[in-house]
Design a protein around this ligand. Sequence first.
Ligand code: MTE
Ligand code: MO
Length: 223
Amino acid sequence: MTGSDDTSPLPPDTKLTRTKQTWARQGKFLTGRHARPDSERLPPGQHIVKDWPVLDLGVVPSITRDHWRLDVGGAVEHPISWNWMEFEAQPQTQEVSDIHCVTTWSRYDNQWQGLATRDLLAKVMPSDDAAFVILTSYDGYTTNLPLEDFAAEDAMIAHSWQGQPLPAEHGGPARLVVPHLYFWKSAKWLQKIEIATRDHPGFWEVRGYHNRGDPWAEQRYSE
Ligand SMILES: Nc1nc2c(c(=O)[nH]1)N[C@H]1C(S)=C(S)[C@@H](COP(=O)(O)O)O[C@H]1N2
Ligand SMILES: [Mo]
């Protein structure tokens, strides 16, 4: 798979997956403007939607709460392997935040509930040289982000949206939510969190998308 040594099986390419790779090559949607989060709520080149689009590799993995597990390991003192009951018993956080998808839609005021990534990190205790987080999902999707971004105050592993269990098409049983980065960093159907000392670009990051993905800096594509 295009420079990735990930062994998880991936669904076959869809038309949208191919189109998004073409956009990365062409630099589509780049405005060249640059705004800061505190001065402008809507990042450059984005427009607001009221409904919630579904974007993924085209296959919803059949993972239910009874068979779900979450593994957290790598450069940590206390690795974790939770079943659903153990995950649900963790301290609960609620946040309202905005979604910014690299395909230019943004959706305001999403209410999430779940386990704050900071509370998770306090349990696993990353080692001093830990600097990256690699996420693997039940559909074979992977994505990477700096530990500092993963640990953002409003980032969480969410199991509920607007007070209801997260729908399967949006990543239920549980997904990551990192509101200050483009939404492709927010892995749906989360299966594994690896804390790492080295970076490891994921599915979109090896297909022309930016390694970090800050919407206000319009970090849509790699150079
Ligand atoms: N497991 C998994 N997570 C994923 C994806 C995916 O294909 N598989 N797509 C990403 C992309 S590109 C986006 S824009 C968001 C879309 O989330 P939504 O379908 O809930 O809007 O999920 C992200 N997380
Ligand atoms: Mo996306």
